[in-house]
Write a protein that binds this ligand. Sequence first.
Ligand SMILES: NC(=O)c1ccc[n+]([C@@H]2O[C@H](COP(=O)([O-])OP(=O)(O)OC[C@H]3O[C@@H](n4cnc5c(N)ncnc54)[C@H](OP(=O)(O)O)[C@@H]3O)[C@@H](O)[C@H]2O)c1
Length: 351
Amino acid sequence: MAAKAKIGVLGASGYTGAELVRLLLRHPRAEIVLLTADRRAGKLMADVFPQFSPYALPTLTSIEQADWKALGLDLAFCALPHGTTQKVITELMARAPRTKVVDLSADFRLADTQAYARWYGHAHFAPKLQKGAVYGLTEIYRSKVKAARLVANPGCYTTCSELPLIPLLKAKAIDPDEIVIDAKSGMTGAGRTAREEMLFSEVSEGFHAYGVGHHRHMAELDQEFSLAAGREVVVTFTPHLVPMNRGIFSTIYVRGLKASPEQLHAMLLKTYAKEPFVHVLPFGVTPQTRHVRGSNMTFIGVAADRIPGRAIIVSTLDNLTKGASGQAVQNMNVMLGFPEAMGLEQVALFP
Ligand SMILES: NC(=O)c1ccc[n+]([C@@H]2O[C@H](COP(=O)([O-])OP(=O)(O)OC[C@H]3O[C@@H](n4cnc5c(N)ncnc54)[C@H](OP(=O)(O)O)[C@@H]3O)[C@@H](O)[C@H]2O)c1
């Protein structure tokens, strides 16, 4: 039997950490040897998340207690608040030179550390590590991910919009200045920390926009769309919070088409024909969040607008799976030389 890789999950008591543990428990080549928490350090994983009580898992420890050298991790997932990973992995990567890292936070997604400082309100704590970080949108950067020691896992909103738009921008099939992304997220997108505005009574039976005109994922979208278009792109993006647990749903308006909507659809079909986690629906058919919940899939639909030269693209994924921990495991598989879909074959949970 092939040896298992020693895996650590930093931030295992949060939503994306728990999703990592859910996926890794069924992964034939992964052995979880470290789980960390902050306020919940010292607790059993089963006490924090009763769904894990049938499984033998390490006790949650604080990051300060981790002896990186002795642990000898093959790979660490960092599911920590932004700003935290930059500090934590500087020490981890120095003390354990063979440990690879997949960071789920925004800490290493922006190649330009000045842009990071502008959007996140503090100087980057690890600019040298940033230089070696690879943006982990697996379908687009697979060969770079394979060679990387540090992968910056993309955001959930950004993955959902980048997968349909990057191929179209590369093909110069849409006008880069005319993209409008109207996106919605389920509540787990905001993490598990208790906040008044996330109470059931504040969120249920309603729905609202937030970060209007200044959401941080804009920086990541601009970066990746500019790379794809070969020139600067500044995108219109408005996120909304909807009262559901999981899911990102993006309605994307593209204009100034240099190809018909049917041709855009054909381009996406061709680009993703062999991809296990991107599914392009028949022309005119649009997906729903419930079609991807709990799976690592992104579903994409393309429809014509009745106004010539325009099309409407609808893209959806589960923010905790393809939008975070599923894509992180996909990147782990690529980095450690495992089959890319290993441990990620689950079908969406419906209804
Ligand atoms: N939620 C999503 O859909 C999503 C999607 C893509 C990316 N992300 C990114 O993934 C990261 C984790 O998100 P999440 O939603 O899982 O957050 P979360 O539910 O709030 O969990 C945060 C985790 O980090 C630990 N933690 C908090 N402060 C810490 C500190 N100073 N030092 C060490 N550990 C600390 C927490 O421990 P305690 O529980 O003990 O406090 C918990 O385990 C974030 O950077 C987020 O932006 C999230």
